[in-house]
Design a protein around this ligand. Structure first.
Ligand code: SF4
Ligand code: SF4
Ligand code: SF4
Length: 250
């Protein structure tokens, strides 16, 4: 069977998710057994525009990004969004609370940016706000093992399983003391699991990097807010780190 050809592309990001994959080291050989990597700027010089699976890291910030992404989508049979910047807009969406003009003024002052496509930014978009995404690999950064599982499933023509239950489920399995009991504000109840509750297990509240669940348990969240005397606005502010502008529940 012919191996699917895989190409990586980066948009606005810190490239930390691609670095996670580059860091697979010898495990990358397992991956090369099932796919042909034809483009991966962080680890190889070669590049080909003939690919089956496009893996997109980063958020979409400018019309030139949008055009490039649409072209990639046309060339690819399958498109995968890699990491929070791509799947939900991630940290780059924080700036959507200001207009693009305000952001440019703050960063570049009175410097004349007119006519330069590089600085022609609009409000940050996740990849699926521009093109159809077939699969998401969540997290900031992504989890290497999850990446391997998802790519293996896709290469075998199977549907990768992406959890759609809260981080709290993993946290309970890990027998952690709930951080609300320790006076911290954790987004685990509304955030998609899959990271094995790495942050709460290590004493840090979840910031929601894997995205808000499609249907968060509104009653459960209201219970928590009431029980610990916390307000909805505080939860919204915390959600803004990764999920800016997302209404969680009312
Ligand atoms: S999701 Fe996080 S680690 Fe990945 S590219 Fe974006 S900022 Fe970097
Ligand atoms: S610490 Fe966070 S993830 Fe863990 S049970 Fe409490 S709310 Fe849920
Ligand atoms: S616990 Fe929350 S913030 Fe930490 S990795 Fe998991 S989803 Fe991301």
């Amino acid at each position: 069977m012919k191996k699917p050809r895989v190409a990586f592309f980066d948009f606005a990001s810190c490239e930390g998710c691609q670095l996670q994959i580059a860091d697979l080291e010898e495990e990358i050989l397992d991956l090369i057994n099932i796919v042909d990597v034809v483009s991966f700027r962080e680890v190889m010089k070669e590049h080909s525009d003939d690919y089956d699976i496009a893996i997109i890291e980063g958020s979409i910030m400018r019309p030139i990004d949008e055009g490039r992404l649409k072209e990639i989508r046309e060339n690819a049979k399958i498109l995968v969004a890699l990491g929070a910047c791509a799947t939900i807009g991630g940290i780059n969406k924080i700036r959507n609370q200001w207009t693009p003009s305000e952001v440019k003024k703050e960063v570049y002052g009175n410097y004349n940016l007119k006519g330069n496509d590089f600085f022609d930014v609009f409000q940050t978009k996740a990849v699926d706000e521009v093109v159809k995404v077939d699969y998401n690999i969540h997290g900031c950064p992504i989890n290497r093992d999850e990446f391997k599982k998802v790519i293996t499933s896709i290469a075998m023509g199977k549907n990768p399983e992406i959890p759609n239950y809260p981080v709290c489920v993993e946290c309970k399995k890990n027998e952690n003391i709930c951080l609300f009991e320790l006076g911290k504000f954790c987004l685990g109840p509304i955030t998609r699991a899959g990271c094995n509750s790495i942050c709460p297990t290590n004493g840090s509240p979840c910031d929601g990097c894997r995205g808000i669940l499609k249907k968060p348990e509104v009653e459960c969240i209201n219970d928590i807010l009431e029980r610990y005397n916390l307000d909805y606005e505080e939860m919204k502010r915390r959600c803004n780190i990764y999920n800016y502008g997302k209404e969680v529940c009312k």
